[in-house]
Design a protein around this ligand. Structure first.
Ligand code: PGA
Length: 237
C-alpha cells in the first residue's frame, strides 16, 4: 500500500532531513513493505539515500522545464534531486491558491510527459457532501476533466475538503461508497486522505477499495508516522 505524508508548509531543510532519516531507518529495520511517500517543501528537497520503497516527492511545480516564471519552480529544479513523484490537484491548491482545472490538467500532462508518478487529489467541499452521493460523484468526475485516467503511474487520492485538517475523517461507509464508485471507472490505486491518524488508519486501510492513505497533520511527527507504517504492515488485503 502507499502511505504518504504531505508536509504542506511545514518543516525546514534540517527538520525534514531528520524526519526522512528516521523514517528510512524505521522502514529498513522493520523491512516494511509499504510504499512510503514524503512530500517535502521545495526548500528541503535533496538527494536522499535510496532506501527501498521510500520516495521523497514534490508538492507542486510549474509546468515548464525552465524559463522566466519568477518565483516558480520548474522541472529542471526537481530533476536535480531525482524527483519521481509529485502531488497535483490538492484541495489547498484548488481552493486557496485558486488553481483552475485547466491549469491542473496542464500540470498533469507535463508530469505525465516526464513519466513521474502522479498522486492526483480530488475531493468535494461540505456543501456538495450535503447534497448526497450523486452530487458528490458528479463533482469528483468534473475534477478529471483533461486528465488521462489511463496513465500507468497515476495514483488517486480521494480527500474530502471538509475532512482535511479538521480532525473529522469521513466515515468508513462514506469512504467505501466513494472509492467503490471511483473504482468502477478507474484502474489506478485509490488512496484516502482527510484526518487520517494512528487511531483510524487501520480501519481505513481495511476498506476494500482503499490502497493507501495521504496524511497531513498526523504525519508531522516521526513516531506517529512510523506507527502508521507499522499498522499498515499488519493489514492483510
Ligand atoms: P490532514 O491533511 O491529514 O491534515 O487532514 C491531509 C492532506 O491535506 O493531504
Amino acid at each position: 500500500m502507499i502511505i504518504a505524508s504531505n508536509f504542506k508548509t511545514n518543516y525546514t531543510r534540517g527538520s525534514a532531513k531528520a524526519f526522512i532519516k528516521e523514517i528510512q531507518t524505521f522502514v529498513s529495520h522493520t523491512k516494511s513493505e509499504q510504499n512510503v511517500r514524503i512530500f517535502a517543501p521545495f526548500t528541503a528537497l535533496d538527494r536522499f539515500d535510496e532506501i527501498q520503497n521510500i520516495k521523497v516527492g514534490a508538492q507542486n511545480f510549474y509546468p515548464i522545464q525552465s524559463g522566466s516564471y519568477t518565483g516558480e519552480i520548474g522541472f529542471e529544479q526537481l530533476e536535480e534531486f531525482g524527483i519521481d513523484t509529485v502531488l497535483i490537484g490538492h484541495s489547498e491548491r484548488r481552493h486557496i491558491l485558486k488553481e483552475s482545472q485547466s491549469f491542473i490538467a496542464a500540470k498533469y500532462d507535463f508530469a505525465k510527459a516526464r513519466e513521474v508518478e502522479i498522486v492526483y487529489c480530488i475531493g468535494e467541499p461540505q456543501e456538495i457532501r450535503m447534497q448526497g452521493i450523486d452530487a458528490i460523484m458528479s463533482y469528483l468526475w468534473e475534477q478529471f476533466e483533461g486528465i488521462d485516467i489511463h496513465y500507468d503511474r497515476l495514483v488517486i487520492a480521494y480527500e474530502p475538503v471538509w475532512a482535511i485538517g479538521t480532525g473529522l475523517s469521513a466515515s468508513l461507509e462514506d469512504i467505501e461508497e466513494v472509492l467503490t464508485r471511483l473504482q468502477e471507472k478507474l484502474s489506478a490505486p485509490l488512496l484516502y486522505g482527510g484526518s487520517v491518524k494512528v487511531e483510524n488508519i487501520e480501519s481505513i486501510l481495511n476498506v476494500k477499495a482503499c490502497e493507501g492513505v495521504l496524511v497531513g497533520t498526523a504525519s508531522w511527527n516521526e513516531k506517529a508516522f512510523c506507527e502508521m507504517i507499522r499498522i499498515a504492515d499488519t493489514v492483510k488485503k
